[in-house]
Design a protein around this ligand. Structure first.
Ligand code: F3S
Length: 106
């Protein structure tokens, strides 16, 4: 299973959703998640993310472990997204900023 991690928050480029063969992305106000039971581990989304926010759960960067649970939980409540949309206007500004977890809107 692949996991969307912290750097997606407030970047939300949505390039990832276009390549997913099983449409397993779900959209919140400022973040996307992958449904862990629907992801088939194809790995296509990982290189598509301009913010490098997607990782295999086996290769999660240190400190990103909480996102396994966050993806599982929010994929159950957020709506599905399958088409790319414009990112937030200030997406570039937020790319790479630390401490974004507390800005996650549910
Ligand atoms: Fe987020 Fe990257 Fe997708 S910023 S919306 S995981 S392309």
């Amino acid at each position: 299973t692949f996991v969307v991690t912290e750097n997606c928050i407030k970047c939300k480029y949505t390039d990832c959703v276009e390549v997913c063969p099983v449409d397993c992305f779900y959209e919140g106000p400022n973040f996307l998640v992958i449904h862990p039971d629907e992801c088939i581990d194809c790995a296509l989304c990982e290189p598509e993310c301009p913010a490098e926010a997607i990782f295999s759960e086996d290769e999660l960067p240190e400190g990103q472990e909480a996102f396994i649970e966050i993806n599982a939980e929010l994929a159950e409540v957020w709506p599905n997204i399958t088409e790319k949309k414009d990112p937030p206007e200030d997406a570039e500004e937020w790319d790479g900023k630390p401490g974004k977890l507390e800005l996650l809107e549910r």
